[in-house]
Design a protein around this ligand. Sequence first.
Ligand code: PHE
Length: 367
Amino acid sequence: MQENEIPPLGGYSDAELDRAFAEVAREVEKTAVSLHSAEDKEQFRLAWLGRKQGRLKLISDAWLKSAPPEAKKQIGQRFNALKAEIERLLEMAGDGPAASELDAEAIDITLPGTRRKLGAEHPLIKTWNEIVSVFQRMGYSVGVGPEIETDYYNFESLNFPPGHPARDTQDTLVVAGQERKPLRDRLLMRTHTSPVQIRTMEQQPPPLRIVIPGKVHRNDAADATHYPIFHQVEGLCVDTNITFGDLKGTLDFAMKAFFGSSVKTRFFPSFFPFTEPSADVQISCPFCGGSGCRKCKYSGWIELLGCGMVDPAVFGFVQGKQPGYDPKKISGFAFGMGIDRIAMMKYGIGDIGLLYSGDLRFLEQFA
Ligand code: PHE
């Protein structure tokens, strides 16, 4: 049907009237679907319901006026229904913006999408992963152990007998209400990752090469370098003929891999109940190359970790469960380093508390 063309009426039977009105209704619906703006609606209203040139008026003029009197009522009823339908469609169409505005809005390239912020690795976890991966490249596997330990694993089996003064070097947070248990079964927060040495050896016969990173707890008052929670990476290597030379070579290689190939290491006699001999390891200051700066307190060296050859007494504690740990046949070394200390040194962090503050202003610097 062309615009302004009045569809012809082929008679006045009910069927013909129904057909003719249905044709007009289809046309109404077709134009009504694209009514968006107030402007569109006004045009539609004028086109169909306009008093003078409205299509409904023109059709009514053409069909009704010439109709025989007995058909007028049938036609009139259908006109009223059609008019009601047009009004209903007009009402239903929303009052959107004008068509011109609509074009601009179709793809609003000025509106940014919701963006999820990318997280960043915490400096502590970054350091943790870096240390672990250095040892993984040397063939070490990675283990875990519980943070709540028994006195047996944290101390006794590591050759700290009850009442041994070396226990005092690790101020311990104990779990309340354990007094009625035998000392060895009492629970505490592990003060170091070394108990996992025993747990690992109880599970696996030698040879063994493993690193165990994890969280440890001590009853230390917080200051710039102490915090009641911190992190260590434990290392343990057991095989036949493992010597102090292997220990030195391994740690020297690891420190060079971690801090750069120009770093030197040196070993000082120390004491741990579970290693004999024991040593503290220092590295030449990676910041000043050993000439002395603030980071190494002008000494040229930075103390980084404790280590030593596994004490035969420690193998003795394991042997009941794993007879392979016969100190006459095997030997091994162990080491433990503080992840927090290394992270602070590497990133120039002056206060350990910042690592635990959850302060985004601090953390965002590592993103
Ligand atoms: N566990 C010791 C500490 O926390 C470090 C250490 C580990 C020393 C392994 C020797 C061997 O101080």
